[in-house]
Write a protein that binds this ligand. Structure first.
Ligand SMILES: NC(=O)c1ccc[n+]([C@@H]2O[C@H](COP(=O)([O-])OP(=O)(O)OC[C@H]3O[C@@H](n4cnc5c(N)ncnc54)[C@H](OP(=O)(O)O)[C@@H]3O)[C@@H](O)[C@H]2O)c1
Length: 257
């Protein structure tokens, strides 16, 4: 039996990964800050799918939290075969409206934690000659959208670079770039979503199914929906000033996270 560790497993995209991987028979290590919610999730997945679900409470905006997860990933006995770096959040507001301390917290969770956990996991995966890492970024990685977009652009560049460096080692890495997904994300950030057209919303279970299919195909980048693939194709061709005009208006209250 293989084991998957998912950060931010208790809600949204992370919870969809947990459901799908448990259904496929993987044991799980569930990581988030809310212990009660983690325990309830572990019990439910164990009862429904007969898998073992370990709870690891960790705040990935702190060194202690990151260290606790690094230690679990470095364990050679009972190793982790698939790491999903998914924990993340949004800050409402444009540049200079968001306190610098909150931007730094975002960089810690979206970049430092992803770097350190990917490194801890791939070190042991490389020794075993197999393993996978999914780093959850966003289509915002391809748009000029403040610290959020910049942090997700880092995730994409870092993941694809590491995938190339580890090619042939048996370890696969993939950046996952969804558009708007129905989760707790926008509500937690206090962002309104009324102006987002219905067709732009993705279902988290479908995002996860597309992501795991792309990982199995050996892709290093997954944009899990044809509509967003087309939109990102157009965005690549659009003049930068036009693009930043649109994303700076839509980015902070309503834009794709
Ligand atoms: N929803 C979207 O439209 C969308 C689009 C593209 C990309 N994404 C990305 O997808 C990922 C998941 O987002 P989501 O939409 O599923 O969000 P969500 O529904 O708000 O879930 C976030 C999860 O992350 C955990 N978390 C948050 N901060 C954490 C921290 N400091 N340490 C450990 N765990 C933490 C939360 O649990 P606790 O609060 O208990 O810690 C929760 O389990 C994020 O990286 C986000 O940037 C989202």
């Amino acid at each position: 039996m293989t084991t998957a560790l998912i950060t931010g497993s208790t809600a949204g995209i992370g919870a969809a990964f947990a459901r799908r991987l448990a259904g496929d028979g993987h044991n799980l290590v569930l990581v988030a800050r809310d212990t009660k919610r983690l325990r309830e999730q572990a019990t439910e997945l164990h009862d429904r799918h007969g898998i073992e679900a370990e709870v690891l409470t960790a705040d990935l905006s702190t060194d202690g939290g990151i260290e606790a997860v690094e230690k679990r990933l470095a364990r050679r006995r009972d190793p982790v075969d698939l790491l999903v770096n998914n924990a993340g959040f949004g800050n409402k507001g444009r540049y200079l409206e968001v306190p610098v301390a909150d931007e730094l917290t975002m960089l810690k969770v979206h970049c430092e934690a992803v770097l350190r956990l990917t490194s801890a996991a791939t070190e042991t995966m490389r020794e075993r000659g197999r393993g996978g890492v999914v780093n959850v970024a966003s289509v915002a990685a391809f748009l000029p959208r403040g610290t959020y977009g910049a942090s997700k652009a880092w995730v994409v560049q870092f993941t694809q670079g590491a995938a190339k460096d580890l090619a042939g080692s048996g370890v696969r890495l993939m950046a996952l770039c969804p558009g708007f997904v129905r989760t707790e994300f926008h509500e937690r950030a206090g962002m309104g979503t009324d102006n987002i057209p219905k067709w732009m919303w993705l279902d988290p279970d479908k995002v996860v199914a597309a992501a795991l299919a792309d990982l199995a195909r050996g892709r290093t980048l997954s944009i899990p929906d044809p509509r967003y693939k087309a939109l990102m194709g157009v965005a690549k061709l659009a003049p930068r000033p036009l693009l930043s005009g649109v994303t700076s208006r839509t980015g902070r209250k309503y834009g794709p996270q």
